[in-house]
Design a binder for this molecule. Structure first.
Ligand code: NDP
Length: 246
């Protein structure tokens, strides 16, 4: 059940993370928000508290393992434990490989893969000790199939897909009951496209999202469903498309 669960959310300052924090808090979870933009985190915590929910935040760059560990520590000191981590922070500066935006390649690897690993490492000792815990990670439909322009982004999302499935298998093998949920959203209207610097790619994706994109609350509802299941039920994967997207 979701009520009173303590849930750390990375990438909580906008989009999917923000929508999920607000929905889970409305349904009684205690949410702990991490991202880099402090003003946005503060506003979201205020909104949640004004609506009667419980929330805390810490400025966190997921590239830094210690900052992610400190975010998890805040959950424990503020709310007495940790039930779920939602590894959601990510960027998508898509471009053709031939354009060689190599700095952006590295940024995606650092945030979209290493950022998730930092979240996993921060919770694993407690989850193993307690023989309970839930790791939720935002992959993408670009983690299931390939899209031109999405070579490195897709590679990062395929990587976390594999990571999550292996955590599930090893948890079953080791008897630690850790639940894993991987999300594969398609076009969701958030600030994600702001991270694209390649002008042609940005123009095409803006037009595409305008045509088909749906709201991040769609993903929040799916996370809510996964968290709300009994502890021995692992809702493992969700693929979420707008009805208008091929
Ligand atoms: P947003 O840009 O709205 O949200 C991204 C979040 O990640 C922000 O809160 C941002 O906060 C945070 N973030 C980025 N870099 C870092 C960092 N180094 N450390 C901590 N936080 C960071 O986009 P979405 O809500 O769409 O993105 C959420 C996830 O969903 C991403 O993993 C994305 O890849 C995935 N996704 C999105 C889809 C879509 O169509 N929108 C489709 C499929 C997957 P801040 O800048 O304040 O640090």
């Amino acid at each position: 059940m979701i009520k009173d669960k303590v849930i750390v959310i990375t990438g909580a300052s906008s989009g999917i993370g923000e929508a999920t924090a607000k929905l889970l808090a409305k349904n009684g979870a205690k949410v702990v928000l991490g991202a880099r933009r402090e003003n946005r985190l503060q506003e979201i915590v205020n909104d949640i508290e004004n609506a009667g929910g419980q929330a805390a935040y810490k400025v966190t760059d997921v590239r830094d393992a210690k900052e992610v560990a400190d975010l998890v520590s805040l959950a424990k000191s503020e709310f007495g434990g940790l039930d779920v981590i939602f590894n959601n922070a990510g960027i998508m500066p898509n471009s053709p490989i031939s354009a060689l935006h190599t700095k952006e390649w590295n940024d995606m690897i650092d945030i979209n893969i290493k950022g998730v690993l930092n979240g996993v490492a921060a919770v694993m000792p407690d989850f193993v000790k307690n023989k309970q815990g839930h790791i939720i990670t935002t992959s993408s439909v670009a983690g299931i199939k390939s899209f031109a322009g999405s070579g490195v982004y897709g590679a990062t999302k395929f990587a976390v897909r594999n990571l999550m499935e292996v955590i599930r298998m090893e948890s079953a093998q080791e008897g630690t009951n850790i639940r894993t949920t991987t999300l594969y959203p398609a076009a969701i209207n958030t600030e994600l496209l702001h991270t694209i610097t390649d002008s042609n790619t940005k123009k095409n994706m803006d037009a595409f999202y305008k045509q088909v994109g749906i709201s991040p609350e769609a993903i929040a509802r799916v996370v809510n469903f996964a968290v709300d299941q009994p502890e021995d039920v692992n809702v493992n994967e969700f693929t979420i498309y707008p009805t208008k997207q091929m």
